[in-house]
Ligand binder design. Structure first.
Ligand SMILES: Cc1ncc(COP(=O)(O)O)c(C=O)c1O
Length: 371
């Protein structure tokens, strides 16, 4: 039995929509982008949303609008994709890499406090594998210290904190629609915010800094540019692909939680596997487990054709660019280093069958018992 790491939730009606855009000849700036953004607001409960070409693009725009610049420091977790750190680096600010909480893979307040200086201007939180960070304490701290909080929600579609969707707690929330994510537009992302001013700035900067929407231009070229922008737009056919996925995401999320529960049932109580505590507000982008002899399991998965991933094999502090530039020492990243050494991500997607989950768990148990 082969089990893929990820399978898409794309159906005939989605392809019809994409076809409609392609046939119309109006491929970007169109009505499907507007509809997707509206649906995304509806789902997340955010007042405003802009689609972008990737989560990386969204994070970069968020950092620009937040005003991060040379001389500022912005804290990011060691356990994340480089995109989180790169977004800060591109503004000229210093990326301060913080160790994480081993129990969750997330930044907690203690990790943050250890890295605060008088230059700290912002923090980017990552909700690792969909598990929401302990936002209450962190938000209170950020407010006290006047620190801008940005949420990297690349793993977090469907995750909530106290029943509010992630991405609503800080300056912006930044989502990814990369193919392995909970929903996909090929590449793509969205930025949510509840502040109209931030929304307007993001919207302008994602399209060169142009001050007038294409629909409001009297003749081509009828616009001005007052700010240095980028081209970070999502196309209309990508947006069309995303509409039904977000509209019906509740069903997807329900199944993700069922899958996670089945993994727990299968694996809990096993002393050789560490499970992240079950949290019903987790959207389970993937199901992460920690184990000492990961290499043996990887070998077994490869033999059996079981798909998996590792978020992340190399924490940011071990990436040459950051390690060299900021002269980072392993002793400050004990938890991130251990997490990266032991973690493995098991597949979670609606099309994953119960018998496939059981097969994965049996192979884990078998491998563990052999060690
Ligand atoms: C935590 C995190 N942030 C940001 C990104 C970047 O997302 P994208 O590929 O949409 O740019 C990823 C990518 O997987 C990620 O895992």
């Amino acid at each position: 039995m082969k089990v893929e790491y990820s399978r898409k939730e794309i159906y005939g009606k989605d392809l019809k929509k994409v076809n409609q855009v392609l046939k119309s000849g109006w491929l970007t700036h169109g009505i499907f982008t507007d509809e997707f953004e509206k649906e995304f607001c509806k789902y997340t409960g955010s007042k405003y949303c802009i689609t972008v070409s990737s989560c990386t693009a969204g994070l970069h725009l968020s950092c620009i609008v937040a005003g991060f610049k040379k001389g500022d420091e912005v804290i990011v977790p060691a356990m994340t994709h480089v995109a989180t750190a790169h977004a800060v680096e591109h503004t000229g600010a210093k990326t301060v890499i913080a160790d994480i909480d081993l129990k969750t893979g997330n930044l907690d307040l203690e990790n943050i406090k250890k890295n605060i200086t008088s230059k700290t201007k912002g923090i980017i939180l990552v909700h690792m594998a969909g598990l929401p960070c302990d936002l209450k304490r962190i938000i209170r701290f950020c407010k006290q210290k006047k620190i801008i909080l940005i949420e990297d929600c690349a793993h977090g579609l469907g995750s909530t904190f106290k029943n509010i969707h992630v991405g609503n707690f800080g300056f912006t929330g930044n989502f990814s629609f990369y193919p392995t994510k909970q929903i996909t537009t090929g590449e793509g992302g969205a930025v949510t915010t509840n502040n109209k001013n931030i929304y307007k700035k993001l919207k302008q900067l994602k399209a060169f800094g142009i001050d007038k929407d294409i629909k409001n231009r009297k003749i081509p070229g009828d616009y001005d540019v007052k700010n240095l922008g980028l081209n970070y737009r999502l196309t209309d056919f990508q947006a069309a692909l995303g509409i039904n996925q977000i509209k019906y995401y509740d069903k997807n999320l329900k199944r993700r939680k069922e899958i996670a529960k089945r993994y727990y049932k299968n694996l809990e109580g096993n002393k050789k596997v560490t499970l992240i505590k079950f949290d019903k507000s987790n959207s389970f982008y993937v199901f992460q487990i920690l184990l000492k002899n990961r290499n043996k399991l990887i070998k077994k998965f490869k033999e059996l054709g079981i798909g998996f991933s590792i978020q992340y094999l190399k924490p940011i502090n071990k990436m040459s660019y950051y390690k060299k530039k900021y002269k980072l020492s392993d002793k400050n990243f004990k938890s991130a280093n251990l997490f990266s050494k032991q973690v493995i991500s098991l597949p979670v997607y609606p099309k994953l069958k119960n018998k496939e989950i059981d097969f994965i768990c049996n192979s884990i148990r078998q491998t563990i018992n052999e060690t």
